[in-house]
Design a protein around this ligand. Structure first.
Ligand code: NAD
Length: 247
């Protein structure tokens, strides 16, 4: 098993990509903290997993003290932390000139950008306190590398995730810590499933093989990136978009 003996904290673990990654990590032998703002749903996820393999942690990643507490709860339950997957995120947007900054900019930046920064900071300190090592994986998006309709704020936050990843890899290398960002394309989760069938078909057609990605397909890559087999993948972006970014 690829992640035997590893302990991981997965934010947004109650749904979509995070949920699939929780399941994959447990299958691969990891102990997992399922961290989500929806604590009840996180507990339901834990209840489906083998006893002792996971804990549920209620966290709002937009609040640093809560992210620090989530790291502490993980260490208390499993004795250490090896991997953080900064994956919690929200989407949404309006045309730029219709923005109310308090509604259309600040809340999304708090979660999608600040939440990743807080995860890197809290996990990085824990990794250093343990004597080094550790992997930071963060979910960006294809939109982190391009402009897109109604995505001014989301693109900014997801671009910051890529920048955080490079800088974290650079600054934390002295502690043996790796950092990697992933850029999913069109993944069949709650964020996408809210749209009409026509729009979903359009989304699928934007990927080279005209197929929406399944959350488990992303989780498979995250499990590899978290493993020691991916030891030379550091400070970079791994595109998990089935060819979307060739356009
Ligand atoms: P999802 O809505 O299924 O899951 C997101 C999870 O994050 C939910 O469980 C939600 O409760 C949790 N969450 C939201 N705000 C939170 C907060 N403040 N603190 C803690 N948890 C919070 O969506 P998903 O598609 O699985 O999204 C996961 C990540 O993937 C997000 O960062 C998203 O931006 C990114 N992404 C998704 C797609 C896609 O096509 N689905 C594409 C590119 C990037």
């Amino acid at each position: 098993m690829r992640l035997e003996g590893k302990v991981a904290l997965i934010t947004g673990g109650a749904s979509g990509i995070g949920l699939a990654t929780v399941q994959k990590f447990v299958e691969e032998g990891a102990k997992v903290a399922v961290a989500d703002i929806n604590a009840a749903r996180a507990q339901e996820v834990v209840d489906t997993l083998p006893a002792g393999s996971a804990i549920a942690v209620g966290v709002n990643v937009a609040v640093f003290a809560e992210v620090e507490a989530a790291v502490a709860s993980t260490v208390e339950a499993f004795g250490k932390l090896d991997v953080i997957f900064n994956n919690a995120g929200i989407a949404g947007g309006k045309p730029l000139l219709e923005h109310d900054p308090a509604v259309d900019y600040e809340p999304l930046i708090r979660v999608d950008q600040d939440g990743v920064y807080y995860g890197i900071l809290a996990a990085g300190r824990q990794f250093r306190a343990q004597g080094g090592g550790g992997v930071i994986i963060s979910t960006s998006s294809i939109y982190g590398e391009q402009a897109a309709e109604l995505s001014f704020t989301y693109s900014a936050a997801k671009a910051a995730v890529i920048s955080f990843t490079r800088s974290a890899a650079y600054e934390l290398a002295e502690y043996g810590i790796r950092a990697v960002a992933i850029t999913p394309g069109r993944v069949g989760t709650a964020i996408i499933n809210q749209f009409s069938d026509d729009l979903k078909a359009t989304f699928a057609s934007e990927q080279l093989r005209n197929k929406m990605t399944e959350p488990i397909e992303i989780a498979n890559v995250v499990a590899f990136l978290a493993s020691d087999e991916a030891n030379v993948i550091n400070g970079t972006v791994v595109h998990v978009d089935d060819g979307y970014s060739v356009f």
